[in-house]
Design a protein. Structure first.
Length: 70
């Protein structure tokens, strides 16, 4: 159920024009878990293209420290 809710939130975010201006860590961290997943970052094409390089610990998420290097 939580995955379904997160998916709905991501879909709503992606469909809004504000999603493409989302560059704030807390805005991108839709589920509020303190990390940005690839699904969450997918609303920002530029950040998505840098995701692998920014994910220095290679855990599939960006911490706030990793995000600040963008």
């Amino acid at each position: 159920m939580k995955t379904f809710q997160s998916t709905l939130v991501l879909m709503a975010l992606a469909s809004s024009s504000a999603a493409f201006a989302a560059t704030d860590f807390n805005t991108l961290d839709v589920d509020g878990n303190g990390a940005i997943s690839q699904a969450e970052v997918s609303v920002d094409a530029e950040l998505m293209s840098q995701f692998t390089d920014l994910d220095t610990d290679q855990n599939g998420e960006l911490s706030e420290d990793e995000f600040s290097q963008a």
